[in-house]
Design a protein around this ligand. Structure first.
Ligand SMILES: [Mn+2]
Length: 360
């Protein structure tokens, strides 16, 4: 049996689907999330999955009828696949909400809020267990004693949560609860548990720049003898932290060249937070403006220290204020490495001010 496990799609307003706008600092745009959802439906068809599991937060907030119609319409493209959805804390089911009463296509099941909810698929010899949220928070932990029925069917459990305010989960108990697979949602970073029978699928697109690394979904092939579970990277956008080492030999343009060569190896949806480390010539200023024409960079962080040749400076400024200033921080024989951060910064800033005044 072939299963695609997704969740945390956080689909939101659809007004900007065709605008192609990209809000870098606020994460993947709503339009991008809808487009990725559509790609996921195509992938599910191409792979001929038997089941598509959506482990909560399909929507970012309570969906309106238009959003429900769009999602139902995209699911309707599935030719071979049964869909099971649970509502998460973001799209929880409240009585009378459009999602609770929506007339989904026949092959779509939204599991209700009753903790014992399940849907059986006799043709797949499978029962899917799970339940929807009925409020934004569920502090009551998931009960330790829940276990899979002992029969010859596959039993799959869908849960949304795992932190203190959203259905606290005891993962080690869950791993031994006898389910053939536990499809978790809520945490946006994908995670496969050691026994490979339980996973957080993660969100298919990062929701903001803190959600770095690969995003995608889980793909599962369940047979009586073995379970094959793999993570499929699928997002259009990836936030990547990148660190670049600077030396006193570098110029601003050598840094631009080095950075360009690193990012040109990635895909065009990759967005970088670049941290420069090491030492630079004092006159080089590493600021975002110097790289603002490189569209894949959303953040420049300067963690470099200016490099001064203190030996030469002390020789040149034996008897003036510059020499006196350096010696007050670095008595003979000591190096700036021995200074604490505040004194080191005071040395660099004061020294540069004195050199600028002296016309050096
Ligand atoms: Mn959630």
């Amino acid at each position: 049996m072939r299963i695609i496990h997704t969740g945390d799609l956080h689909l939101d307003t659809i007004s900007e689907i065709s605008s192609g706008s990209k809000a870098i600092s606020s994460g993947s745009s709503s339009a991008q999330r809808w487009r990725t959802f559509q790609r996921l439906i195509s992938y599910t068809n191409d792979w001929a999955a038997d089941l598509l599991l959506v482990s909560g937060d399909l929507f970012h907030r309570q969906p309106n009828l238009r959003q429900l119609r769009e999602v139902n319409g995209l699911f309707a493209d599935l030719v071979h696949t049964q869909v099971v959805i649970i509502a998460g804390n973001h799209d929880f089911l409240s009585p009378g909400s459009p999602m609770a009463d929506y007339p989904w296509c026949d092959h779509i099941t939204l599991l209700p809020t009753d903790p014992d909810s399940r849907i059986a698929f006799p043709e797949l010899n499978t029962v899917v267990h799970g339940f929807s949220y009925s409020s934004f928070q569920t502090e009551k932990p998931f009960p330790d004693e829940v276990s899979a029925p002992q029969d010859d069917q596959y039993h799959i459990l869908m849960l949304h949560g795992g932190d203190a305010l959203h259905l606290p989960l005891n993962f080690s108990v869950l791993e031994h609860s006898g389910f053939d697979y536990i499809a978790l949602g809520h945490i946006h970073k994908p995670r496969i548990f050691p026994g490979r029978q339980m996973a957080y699928c993660g969100s298919p697109e990062p929701l903001d720049h803190t959600e770095t690394g690969n995003h995608g979904f889980m793909q599962l092939d369940l047979t009586p003898n073995r379970t094959q579970l793999s993570f499929v990277p699928f997002s259009h956008t990836r936030y990547i932290p990148l660190s670049l080492q600077v030396t006193p030999e570098d110029t601003l343009f050598s840094l631009r060249k080095a950075l360009f060569s690193r990012i040109s190896k990635g895909s065009h949806g990759d967005l970088y937070s670049v941290t420069f480390t090491g030492t630079r010539l004092p006159e080089i200023s590493i600021c975002s403006e110097a790289f603002s024409d490189l569209p894949q960079i959303y953040e420049i962080l300067d963690d470099t220290a200016p490099w001064y040749d203190f030996c030469t400076l002390l020789n040149q400024h034996r008897s003036d204020l510059v020499g006196q200033y350096i010696r007050s921080f670095l008595p003979s024989g000591s190096s700036e490495e021995e200074l604490d951060e505040v004194h080191r910064q005071a040395l660099y800033i004061g020294l540069q001010a004195l050199l600028d005044t002296a016309g050096n």
